[in-house]
Ligand binder design. Structure first.
Ligand code: WT7
Length: 651
């Protein structure tokens, strides 16, 4: 984020008070009444007794097979929640509903990009999950085994995740926009036994042939014994008979009942890879019990989920937002959700508004990048549609600039819908800092840590700071807390727990104002946020230097009006290699092949050297300052100060 944006945020003084008639009907208010809590001040205070609070909250949301003996066990930096309980999240997400009136309630309204629509009820979901779960068992998948899932936004994706969880297997979903190489690396890191993919899918009117990418990945994935393939587009695809099996053949005749594995509440549910400051993504581990409570609670209170709501979290299930708020939390609450396959602006920029009108969506959750995209197209596209069913809006993934906030509020919400700016991370599993529908809103601020959660802003010495930037930390464990990084316990301890003793380091620069509102200002580490998605600077650098003509590369983020940040790279070519425009395009394509389209550098500058310390560490901060025309500071300790001038000349 640029200095200018920060000063805009600092100046933001508008406050939007919640409407009284709305407040009284909210789930949170009703809970307060039952618990004799008179106002939000008392609510936050009482929830400060967090063990009591989570115990109380869990009662309304989940059903254990066998009760827990202890709410929480905290041995820094490892936590266990609902210790001793027997549990499986699929019981709450699917099984329990088929015994109630919700059996015939629609769980998902699916809309494909070409316009095909399919609605499935909780009972349909129950049967499909059971059939696939039985089939996975037949393929030899057992409790604790890993299954790699490489699927787009189609119904088989949540079904596959739930089928894995049902039998106690661990799913590892890889975003379908990631490259074959990215998929391969993740499959190998978790030693997946089976992978699930599809022939292809639609994106912006064209087909993406996912099976070909999966095949490329599986050439070097020795742990994978079977590849299950969903038929989505129906095109001819390459086939390896000894390994590949069609989903529809596999589940044909598979029994419609499958007993849900009674797991320990702390058994792992999934791994999800996210970028850090090294070239290697981290396999974040989440467990069944606490995650179920944390995700369902936050959705229930923040978005005030009612049985009459139509929920649309317009993220991709391949990211944590989709795991928590398209799959698990809405299902636990028995909600009806929209699942849309395609691009937001296809065939026209009003596709989303059409969907909201068609299905009477009441709750919309999206990212600042999407909002800015729609702003760019203009409100005339919005005005063509009746969006009056909407009652609450949400934002996630990056700081929302007040301008986008106001546009969202005015044109999408018709000045009637509060905006829930939810701060959280892949690691946290669910919202940590977020308003409730009873909270006065300040555009651009995620407001306060939710009841039961606690965060603070501290300086380098570990002292709390107010009205100044500092480190965002979470000060006690929370139910959806990550349980570690797969195969990397040292990295887990070092990344999150080593800087401040006993406190979780989030990696975001944050400011707390005089009213204790939190203003998240951007990453403090070398992690980029491109359209709200995390990409490590060093991941892009490694991809660049993996090209045979590249000797060295340095990658920085630049403020971008749509994507939040764009990727700018400085490349040193090998001796004798001539820079050219065609090479520039080749390198962009190379990174796209290595990592996926979202990591493709927007700019590539050829230089003869990049600024480094005497120990050889690339000084991204210096490069960034120079490239943005900001004050560079003291560079006398650099090994090659002249490289800084070259950066200045290049851009
Ligand atoms: C990082 C986590 C959590 C789901 C999507 C991203 C940034 C997230 C906000 C927000 C300002 C935000 C932070 C955070 N971020 N939400 N409401 N306001 N920044 O998950 O890829 O794990 O990224 O996204 O920088 O650390 P993620």
């Amino acid at each position: 984020m640029s200095g200018e944006d920060i000063s805009v945020l600092l100046d933001e003084k508008r406050i939007f008070k919640p409407k009284e008639e709305l407040v009284n009907q909210t789930n949170v208010k009703q809970w307060m009444d039952i618990h004799d809590i008179k106002d939000d001040k008392e609510l936050y205070k009482k929830a400060g007794n967090w063990e009591w609070f989570w115990e109380e909250i869990s009662k309304d949301l989940v059903e254990w097979y066998e009760p827990y003996k202890k709410v929480v066990e905290w041995k820094v930096p490892y936590v266990k929640w609902f210790v001793g309980a027997k549990y499986n999240i699929v019981h709450d997400a699917v099984d329990k509903h088929v015994k109630t009136w919700r059996k015939n309630k629609v769980a998902f309204i699916f809309e494909g990009e070409p316009g095909d629509v399919k609605k499935i009820t909780y009972n349909d979901l129950y049967i499909e999950v059971n059939k696939l779960a039985n089939s996975l068992k037949k393929l030899g998948v057992k409790k604790g085994d890993r299954v790699g899932i490489y699927l787009p936004m189609i119904l088989e994706l949540p079904i596959a995740m739930l089928a894995c969880a049902k039998i106690g297997a661990i799913h590892s979903v890889v975003f379908s926009g990631f490259s074959a190489i990215a998929f391969r690396d993740r499959v190998n890191d978790c030693d997946a036994k089976v992978v699930i993919t599809c022939d292809g899918f639609w994106r912006r009117g064209t087909k993406v042939y996912l099976k070909q990418q999966a095949d490329e990945a599986l050439e070097n994935a020795p742990s994978v014994k079977h590849c299950v393939v969903v038929k989505r587009t129906g095109d001819g695809i390459p086939w390896t008979p000894s390994r590949d099996v069609w989903w529809h053949d596999l589940v044909f005749n598979s029994p419609k009942e499958c007993e849900t594995e009674r797991l320990d509440a702390n058994d792992p549910l999934y791994f999800l890879y996210t970028s850090g400051t090294t070239g290697k993504p981290k396999g974040i581990i989440h467990a069944h019990g606490g995650y179920a409570v944390g995700t369902a609670y936050t959705l229930n209170w923040v978005f005030d989920m009612k049985d009459t709501d139509i929920w649309w979290c317009a993220a991709d299930i391949g990211w944590v937002t989709g795991h928590s708020y398209i799959v698990y939390a809405p299902l636990i609450l028995g909600a009806t959700s929209v699942l849309y396959e395609g691009a937001p602006n296809w065939p026209q920029p009003d596709r989303w508004w059409e969907i909201i009108e068609r299905y009477n969506v009441t709750l919309l959750y999206t990212s600042p990048t999407s909002i800015r995209l729609f702003m760019k197209y203009g409100e005339d596209w919005v005005k063509k549609h009746d969006l009056s069913t909407l009652r609450l809006l949400g934002s996630v993934g990056e700081p929302i600039n007040p301008e986008a906030w106001i546009w969202y509020y005015k044109y999408i919400g018709n000045e009637n819908c509060p905006i829930m700016d939810t701060w959280w991370q892949t690691e946290t599993g669910h919202f940590v800092i977020s308003p409730l529908p009873i909270t006065p809103l300040k555009p651009g601020s995620a407001s306060h840590p939710l009841p039961g959660l606690a965060a603070d802003v501290i300086n380098e010495e570990g002292k709390p700071v107010q009205n100044a930037g500092g480190n965002l930390v979470i000060t006690h464990p929370w139910p959806g807390m990550l349980r570690g990084i797969h195969k990397a316990p040292e990295r887990y301890e070092k990344t999150y727990w080593s800087k401040f003793k006993g406190l979780y380091l989030a990696g975001d620069v944050t400011r707390k104002d005089s009213d204790n509102y939190f203003w998240i200002q951007g990453r403090a580490d070398d992690v980029l946020k491109i359209s709200g998605h995390r990409i490590g600077n060093s991941e892009v650098e490694s991809a660049l230097v993996s090209h045979p003509l590249v000797a060295e590369a340095a990658v920085i983020g630049k403020p971008h009006s749509l994507k939040g940040e764009s990727i700018s790279s400085f490349v040193v070519l090998k001796k004798g290699v001539e820079p050219s425009d065609s090479l520039r395009i080749k390198l962009q394509q190379h990174v796209s092949n290595e990592l996926g389209k979202i990591a493709k550098p927007d700019e590539i500058w050829f230089v003869s050297d990049v600024p480094k310390t005497r120990s050889g560490k690339i000084m991204r901060r210096v490069i960034r300052a120079k490239a943005l025309g900001e004050e560079v500071g003291d560079i006398s300790t650099l090994a090659n100060p002249e490289a800084v001038d070259e950066i200045g000349k290049a851009v």
